[in-house]
Write a new protein. Structure first.
Length: 668
């Protein structure tokens, strides 16, 4: 410890507290309890240990601070304002208001200095683990100076959520000693005391995960907090978990009770709390000069630390490659197309081959699978596993932890790497909260979901996705791409890597699919989301498919031709990309005057009306699948070219009678 803690530190802590109280009162909503209890640990960390430069929030060498208990965000906003980030006091006064930089929970990319979007409890723990992996990885690949440390403030709610167990277990296994959790152990959640539902020994749980554990008995004891944080940072070979015993709502009349957790407590309590903390109740958003000066020291120390870091990293042998990673730029990709005379190939297998080709081309690529590596085809030859003592490895063994994997991947992406993370499509349900946050935070994670339909076969309805495509398509800001063959898979990977500011989900088949001849079909147009694969310029009927079902549409076209019906096959691997195209292009692909349309996709029908229109038919699946060989499951559930052709003829007949939309039956 350099300088003893003094009255200014105490005043600074109470400034954090009163800013939170005033902001919550002004907004008439929010969560004052956590800031009041946890302000001392945050103060010690931010003034003595956190390496950051408020003038440059994106300095790659900075330490990361994740407020996993995002509801306590006024604590973070106060720290960001006071230490000199571009967050004026007026923004604190506009806490939770339309258009402010201080939303109700922290949003990465919205507020300078916010590292992770948190609020859904538990997510921040996984993000922090992902960041710690990134820090270890960069240090091992490029030299110590390229790494960084990660601190997370976590609450009871964070630790109750399963995702924290998944992520923390992996962090312990990986011995991430650049990671420190500060646990706000205040024994209170919304319903009351943690005795109601959360009584395990948290420190013992973390010790069992392989973490170094420490306890601070009094969350207001600055020396004890300082010593614990210093020990956590210095401790080698394990992440550190510090239980800090705090009092929720410290200083307020509701201190120590669940009443202090949230909500404005009214002007009287506001005044009383401020008085108890030694502040004038009639001064609002008051920041004493000496407090301001103390926090603003971060600007000077931060600038010096960043300058030193720049000198050190410039001397690293692979400084140029590190610079490329930090720039976020992706090089021009060289990917060999698949030949038309190639044997049928599952798109998951094609994806594996693409990863094999790009692994050495994209320095920021890192990835893995939730224990399905041989099925997801995600490990490129030559990549080592990321393991303790082998942190330069780029292949991540996430274990059977889909949710943890996904929250961790968000942390990797937030650290400037380009992660991919894989599992069976159906297990998106185990990962969804983090996938949603990748979209909300605009993190360019590449989600790889294989075994994309009932076509996966024998594993049966427990493993066969139905509603997952609709779920993802309904999620804003994520690009969903379901390629029809190996060459469309290349297009999908190109799209995913080019999207540097949003996630992409590649939806891949387990079963082998014919490889379309790139000499014959305009397969690169798949990157536009939808295109005419083949067919007549002036068709009677349009057949639209995605993924494996595109091949059914192609076969159906042959059947229709034999019956004297002209048709066009449109492959529509990505609704989102197609919607981004100019209307003229979309009208070329799906001419408005052709009302006779049939879509075919082995998934929930929801939403397809937008492409087939009122007179079209949607061939899909609004029931669960069944255990059988994939070809049998598809056939029994109505996915045959004969069915597609029949529906097309029916639609043609019906389209001459304007009788409203009709949905195809799910089963034949
Ligand atoms: C996934 C999720 N479930 C529920 C909530 C609603 N919620 C907000 S805070 C909270 C619990 C608060 O307890 P704790 O985490 O200990 O925070 P503290 O009361 O100490 O501020 C809950 C259930 C949430 N934010 N995220």
């Amino acid at each position: 410890m350099s300088r003893p803690y003094d009255d200014t530190d105490q005043l600074a802590i109470n400034t954090l507290r009163t800013l939170a109280v005033d902001a919550v009162e002004q907004a008439k909503s929010g969560h004052p309890g956590l800031p009041l209890g946890a302000a001392p640990m945050a103060h010690v960390l931010w003034t003595r240990y956190l390496r950051h430069n408020p003038a440059n929030p994106s300095w790659p060498g900075r330490d990361r601070f994740v407020l996993s208990a995002g509801h306590g965000c006024m604590l973070l906003y106060a720290l960001l304002h006071l230490t000199g980030y571009d967050l004026p006091l007026d923004e604190l006064k506009r806490f939770r208001q339309w258009g402010s930089l201080t939303p109700g929970h922290p949003e990465r990319g919205h507020t300078p200095g916010v590292e992770a979007t948190t609020g859904p409890l538990g997510q921040g723990t996984g993000n922090a683990v992902g960041m710690a992996i990134a820090g270890k990885h960069l240090a091992a690949r490029f030299g110590e100076a390229a790494g960084f440390r990660v601190f997370a403030l976590v609450s009871d709610g964070d630790l109750m959520e399963g995702v924290s167990g998944e992520a923390s277990s992996l962090a312990g296994h990986l011995a991430l000693d650049n990671l420190v959790f500060l646990y706000d152990d205040n024994h209170v959640t919304i319903d009351g005391d943690t005795q109601l539902a959360f009584t395990e020994d948290r420190a013992a749980r973390y010790a069992a995960y392989g973490w170094h554990t420490l306890t601070v008995e009094d969350g207001n004891d600055l020396d004890a907090l300082d010593a614990a944080i210093a020990e956590g940072i210095a401790h080698d070979g394990q992440p550190t978990f510090i239980s800090v015993k705090t009092i929720i709502g410290y200083g307020s009349v509701d201190a120590g009770t669940s009443r202090a957790h949230s909500d404005a407590r009214g002007p009287e309590q506001q005044a009383e709390t401020k008085r108890a903390l030694g502040f004038d109740p009639d001064k609002f958003f008051f920041i004493p000069d000496q407090v301001s000066a103390r926090y603003r020291e971060a600007l000077e120390t931060g600038a010096a630390e960043e300058a030193e870091w720049r000198r050190e990293t410039a001397r690293l042998p692979l400084a140029a490659e590190l610079g490329r990673i930090e720039s976020g730029d992706i090089p021009e990709l060289v990917i060999e197309p698949f030949d038309g005379d190639e044997k049928p190939m599952a798109t998951r297998a094609a994806s594996g081959k693409v990863i094999g080709q790009i692994a050495s081309q994209v320095p920021q690529l890192i990835g893995g699978s939730a224990d399905l590596t041989p099925s997801n085809n995600t490990k490129p030859e030559g990549w080592e596993d990321f393991q303790p003592g082998a942190y330069a490895g780029r292949y991540l063994r996430f274990g059977v932890r889909e949710h943890g994997m996904s929250a961790i991947s968000n942390g990797l992406a937030a650290s400037g790497l380009r992660p991919y993370a894989a599992t069976f499509f159906n297990f998106l349900d185990y990962a969804k909260p983090a996938v949603r946050l990748s979209a909300l935070s605009r993190l360019p994670v590449i989600w790889i979901y294989t075994h994309d339909s009932i076509g996966l076969g024998e594993d049966g309805p427990t493993h066969q996705p139905i509603e997952q495509l609709a779920t993802l398509r309904a999620t804003p800001d994520i690009c969903v791409f379901r390629p029809a063959d190996a060459n469309e898979t290349i297009a999908g990977w190109r799209v995913a890597l080019a999207r540097g500011d949003a996630p992409t989900a590649l939806i891949l088949s387990r079963q082998a699919l014919p490889v379309l001849d790139p000499e014959r079909y305009p397969l690169a147009d798949a990157a536009r989301g939808g295109y005419v694969l083949e067919g007549d310029p002036d068709p009677d009927v349009i057949l639209i498919g995605t993924g494996a079902e595109v091949h059914l549409a192609m076969e159906a076209r042959g059947l229709l031709r034999d019956r004297g019906v002209s048709s066009r096959v449109v492959s529509l691997p990505s609704w989102e990309l197609f919607e981004e195209q100019p209307v003229s292009y979309r009208n070329d692909v799906l001419p408005p005057e052709v009302a006779a349309r049939v879509s075919v996709e082995a998934a929930a029908t929801l939403g397809w009306e937008r492409y087939v229109g009122l007179h079209g038919r949607v061939i899909g699946l609004d029931r669960f699948g069944a255990s059988a060989p994939g070809t049998a499951a598809l056939e029994h559930l109505g996915f045959t070219s004969g069915r597609v052709a029949d529906e097309a003829e029916r639609v043609l007949q019906a389209s001459s009678i304007p009788s409203g939309g009709q949905r195809g039956e799910s089963e034949s």
